[in-house]
Ligand binder design. Structure first.
Ligand code: DAH
Length: 373
């Protein structure tokens, strides 16, 4: 580190050489200053009244100079002091403007560079599946209905003909809200296990005839795995009018599947049970992956487990007991009839997009969404 030498030679050239050494030390030390503490150290080292370098040259170069050299030495020392002061000021200035210098760099835009691409979002595959299915039914004249995800026992079970303690309730492992014990059973809250409660809610509001689809989230106490998730999506449908028959159900759903999966798919109905429909059925769609053959080349077709058929939904004719709960709003079971259906949107999306794990839909991994979005 630079120290101020004593001068023995006071010739002009010796003074100039000493000044040059000092200035080059000043320059390089100034350039190395970063941050407030370093600046203070630098300022005091050069300018402290008591023992700063400026004071030292005054002592060592001017006061110690022989009489005949005082004029030249004084002139140099004064110049150097001005330069030291200027260097200290400039350093402070540089630190203060450090950010603006950085800003200047940033503002120096290269307009020949390509712009920053802001990625466009894509519709989530499950939402897209729901939207597509809903629009198939909208084209048939259905409207969209919605209901709450936190539901009462009454709407989720009782009014759908699941009596208290009925074993059919066990088909849907339910998530109940805590602290509801004081309420009557029918008022206790739970997370809806299906979109079917919106059937009743809508029939309470709208008189027949009625044609609605109900997309939405549902919840069950199912541990997550490749095909289960505690939250998933359903699309429900309900048509009520005079003289609605099972033939209407079959014709409507067969058309809807052809519109959604392609005109070559076939449908098949198998007997089933749901408390709120009678008769009830499961609808199968011929496997749109293998075309119904059960094989893909020499490989067995996994999505349909080689059967050539894929179960897509539950359906049936609305049970008269369900209409009894809304009889007052025009749903006299002797006068109206209807059909209902419910399908899992996630399952359909899995099949449609060839996804092998339902969890991928809900993990929010952008790489996955980019592939299927
Ligand atoms: N809610 C039933 C479930 O989640 C599905 C269902 C079956 C809905 C038959 C219906 C129906 O509307 O008629 O398992």
């Amino acid at each position: 580190m630079y120290t101020v030498p004593k001068l023995t030679d006071y010739s002009l050239s010796a003074l100039d050489a000493a000044a040059r050494d000092l200035l080059s030390a000043l320059d390089s030390e100034a350039a190395g200053v970063n941050g407030e503490n370093e600046y203070k150290f630098f300022r005091d080292r050069w300018m402290a009244r008591k023992d700063g370098i400026a004071t030292q040259i005054n002592e060592l170069w001017l006061k110690a100079a022989p009489k005949e050299a005082k004029r030249d030495a004084g002139q140099r020392v004064n110049e150097l002091k001005t330069k030291i002061e200027a260097a200290v000021d400039a350093t402070l200035e540089r630190l203060r403007n450090g950010t603006s210098a950085g800003r200047l760099d940033a503002e120096c835009i290269d307009i020949t560079l390509p712009g920053i691409r802001r990625p466009l979002g894509a519709e989530h595959p499950v939402i897209r599946t729901m939207n597509e299915m809903v629009s198939v039914f909208r084209n048939l004249g259905y409207s969209v209905s919605e209901g709450p995800e936190i539901e009462t026992d009454y709407y989720n079970f009782e009014s759908l003909n699941f009596p208290p303690n009925h074993p059919a309730r066990d088909m849907q492992d339910t998530l109940f809200l805590a602290g509801q014990e004081k309420k009557a059973l029918r008022d206790r809250l739970l997370l809806r296990t299906h979109t079917s409660p919106v059937q009743i809610r809508t029939m309470e509001k709208l008189k027949p005839p009625l044609r609605i689809v109900i997309p939405g989230k549902v919840y069950r106490n199912d541990p997550p795995d490749a095909s289960h998730s505690p939250m998933f999506h359903q699309i429900e449908g309900l048509a009520v009018d005079t003289n609605i028959t099972f033939g209407d159900l079959k014709g409507t759903l067969d058309h809807a599947m052809k519109a959604f999966f392609g005109s070559s798919v076939k449908t098949q109905f198998r007997p089933s049970f749901f408390p709120f429909t009678e008769p009830s059925a499961e609808m199968m769609v011929s496997c749109f992956i293998c075309g119904g053959s059960g094989r893909r080349g020499s490989e067995p077709c996994r999505p349909c487990k080689t059967t050539g058929w894929i179960e897509i939904l539950g359906c049936g004719m609305v049970d008269p007991n369900v209409f009894e709960f809304v009889r007052e709003n025009g749903y006299d079971p002797a006068k109206v009839s209807g059909f209902a259906f419910g399908m899992g949107a996630d399952r359909i999306a899995i099949l449609k997009y060839g996804v092998d794990d339902i969890q991928l839909f809900f993990q929010g991994d952008v790489r996955f969404l980019q592939q299927v979005g």
